[in-house]
Design a protein around this ligand. Sequence first.
Ligand SMILES: Nc1ncnc2c1ncn2[C@@H]1O[C@H](COP(=O)(O)OP(=O)(O)OP(=O)(O)O)[C@@H](O)[C@H]1O
Length: 350
Amino acid sequence: MSGLTLASVTKKFGDVPTIKGVDLEVAPGEFVVFVGPSGCGKSTLLRMISGLESVTTGQVHIGGRDVTGLPPSERRIAMVFQSYALYPHMTAEQNLRFGMRMRGVAADVIDSKVAHAVDVLQLQPYLQRKPGELSGGQCQRVAIGRAMVQDPDIFLFDEPLSNLDAELRVKMRAEIADLHRRLGATMIYVTHDQTEALTLADRIVVLNDGVVEQVGAPMALYQNPANRFVAGFIGSPRMNFLAGDVAGVPGAHEIGIRPEHVKLVADGPLQAEVHGVEQLGAMAYLHCRLGDQEVCVQTAGLALPRRGERVQLALPPEHLYAFDRDGRTISEPKAFPDCPVGQVQTATVS
Ligand SMILES: Nc1ncnc2c1ncn2[C@@H]1O[C@H](COP(=O)(O)OP(=O)(O)OP(=O)(O)O)[C@@H](O)[C@H]1O
């Protein structure tokens, strides 16, 4: 099992800086997820790790080896793409065997590796079918199997579940988590799906415009975002941001509070008007106007206010985040289960 080190990695496309200096240590066996808005450079960074994209400056080390100048075939990585990238004219089994056959791997070794992947991913029923005769989820399992048989030092996943419907995504997400537990392999995974990031990752890397905003365990980022960007990006619906003086927090340019922490009260300090109600069954989101500011409130109540009604809100101080003019979090870190305040990881690179 190998880890990964990115040292001051940059990428320019022509004159356009796309990755602006990323440092990252991934421990052997770790599951690290890259998230960030569209175009922030997630796939580019992954492709630089794989060798499909060159590095402009900086180094990539895999398992202690400097692989910066090596082609993908010499990096001992396997990549799983959103588009599966299976050979359409080959059966699932031929797809699993092909790469090894081309590299001249002995037949008995191929047999045992394929048998293991087929067993772990339960591919037996599909082996003789071609990709056109398989569902998206089945194709993706074959693609993951093809990565597995390479015995890579690192698995790289580029939005592997994006082409699947919602139900299948949930199932495949569980399968990938299970695969990680069983193989204990190092995995780097790109997604724009928050749920995938929060449920799969040991650590999440939040990227924004080619820089790392914060790296940390999912709940560490959720509870203790280093800045406004991470606070707004991690969590759905996103954190509410209000002018600092609304909650009377001294020194704060802006305050933030998550929808689940805003309270509907009978007699509160803040008067708001409901302009939207989203009833989701077990809970609802109320979209309220507080003067000229927007506040989303999560509530479990069944007797919901209606559109146009006035409600009173309270913002419990223990749930407030304060940000300075530059968007840095200036409130005290919050403790949460399994991670006392002293151990909170809020490393930022800018
Ligand atoms: N080969 C290329 N030539 C020029 N620009 C590129 C190339 N590949 C990517 N880019 C640009 O680099 C930026 C980062 O792209 P990248 O695909 O890494 O983003 P991303 O975060 O993965 O986005 P998405 O979530 O939409 O897939 C984008 O502005 C993109 O247009």
